[in-house]
Design a protein around this ligand. Structure first.
Ligand code: 5GP
Ligand code: ZN
Length: 119
């Protein structure tokens, strides 16, 4: 994927990001347009388009993404009050960057799970 993918370019160091945690296989950095006091994106360094492709292709790596998110939640002091992890996926999920990323939100009450009821 590489140069066509924004988050691969962040992994490669070609685009700057505020990195909060790096492991051999994952990278976490602050969202450029934060929606909560804590808004961190957690990605596998290897390119997978979305969470379904990642979980089906490399479940252990999917687990590492979760473990990295949990470590950041701990670092950011979110374990007591709670937080939200979100994987937007595909068109209905509102995904805009097609390199899988977990959104880690916290630092304030996050409101309802969806903006409105759909049923
Ligand atoms: P999605 O809608 O795909 O789930 O989320 C993509 C996220 O990537 C958005 O929250 C957006 O603000 C963030 N984003 C887009 N471009 C950049 C960038 O260049 N750097 C960083 N740190 N975040 C970005
Ligand atoms: Zn990528």
């Amino acid at each position: 994927m590489g140069s066509d993918c924004l988050f691969c370019r962040i992994v490669a160091g070609e685009i700057p990001a505020t990195v909060v945690r790096e492991t051999p296989d994952t990278l976490a950095f602050r969202d450029i347009n934060p929606k909560a006091p804590v808004h961190v994106l957690v990605i596998p360094k290897e390119h997978y388009a979305d969470v379904a492709t990642l979980a089906q292709g490399d479940p252990a790596l999917a687990g590492e993404v979760l473990a990295t998110a949990a470590a950041i939640a701990d670092d950011e002091g979110l374990l007591g009050d709670g937080f939200r992890l979100m994987f937007n996926t595909g068109a209905y999920g509102g995904q805009e960057v097609f390199h899988v990323h977990a959104h880690l939100f916290g630092g304030a009450p996050l409101g309802p799970m969806l903006a409105r009821d759909l049923v």
